[in-house]
Design a protein around this ligand. Structure first.
Ligand code: B12
Length: 207
């Protein structure tokens, strides 16, 4: 088992997509528990995110790391009872990488995640909350020009009587905890680990 997982570590941490695919398939065929395979893939994904934060990796590296984690996660087909439902999207712009990282980390943490995609508008968020009844609404905003959109979404949720149904977490480049508070969000985080910590706190109802 150790050997099989080691092959997954080596392939995924050196960002080799096809080798990772092969190593994951072999590990599963050899009967390595699915959960262990996911944790191994997650370890490499976190390592890549840390290297990006430290400036050792660029956008291309984390794009590869995200694709590799997503491919591996889908291959594993882990069956868990979701701890909650999240809807996520990028408001206004077409930036998707940060939002996708958060989406994948939510998935790996046991949430059911519905991705609204990019160029999302406040009314899209409201419709999705009405339709999907999520526990958490996660909004990514990357451009100053679109900073009014998360606030617009929160106000529209209030106006339509849906605000109490879900907690709202916001994040993205150039956002801050202070701004998140000002617009009436329930939480903010600068990165993936922070987002996981915050949504789990929100789910427990600890304010
Ligand atoms: C890659 C990139 C692009 C790519 C996007 C590719 C894609 N489809 O995703 C392209 C080239 C298409 C692009 C286009 C534009 N971009 Co651009 N882009 C970037 C860049 C360099 C990196 C963004 C990124 O992917 N970062 C990597 C990820 C991992 O980081 P992240 O997105 O910040 O996400 C992390 C956190 O923010 C957080 N997070 C993110 N979302 C969420 C959500 C929640 C809920 C939580 C809790 C946390 C969280 O966690 C993530 C993981 O750590 C940034 C600069 C920068 N360094 O941020 C500019 C930047 C965001 N872009 C900018 C601009 C202006 C544009 C354009 C308007 C440029 C133009 N004039 O055409 C267009 C807009 C396109 C459009 N119509 O939507 C500006 C915004 C400036 C501002 N202050 O408003 C930036 C800051 C560059 C700059 N310094 O000028 N861009």
């Amino acid at each position: 088992m150790e050997e099989r997982l080691q092959a997954v570590v080596e392939a995924s941490s050196s960002l080799r997509f096809f080798e990772t695919e092969e190593a994951v398939k072999r590990a599963l065929e050899a009967g390595v528990p699915r959960w262990n395979v996911v944790q191994t893939l997650l370890g490499s994904f976190h390592e890549a995110l840390e290297k990006y934060e430290e400036g050792q990796f660029c956008i291309a590296h984390i794009t590869a790391a995200s694709s590799i984690f997503e491919m591996g996660y889908e291959l594993v087909k882990l069956k868990v009872k979701p701890k909650g439902k999240v809807i996520i999207g990028t408001l206004g712009s077409s930036h998707y990488l940060g939002k996708d990282i958060i989406r994948l980390l939510f998935l790996a943490d046991g949430f059911e995640v519905l991705d609204l995609g990019e160029i999302v508008l406040p009314q899209d968020v409201v419709e999705a909350v009405r339709r999907e009844k999520p526990d958490i609404v996660a909004l990514s905003v990357m451009i100053l020009e679109f900073f009014p959109l998360p606030e617009g979404a929160i106000k529209l949720l209030e106006a339509t009587g849906l605000r109490e149904r879900a907690k709202v977490i916001v994040g993205g480049a150039v956002t801050s905890a202070r701004w998140a508070k000002q617009i009436g969000a329930d939480a903010w985080a600068p990165d993936g680990p922070g987002a996981i910590r915050e949504v789990n706190r929100l789910l427990k109802g600890v304010q």
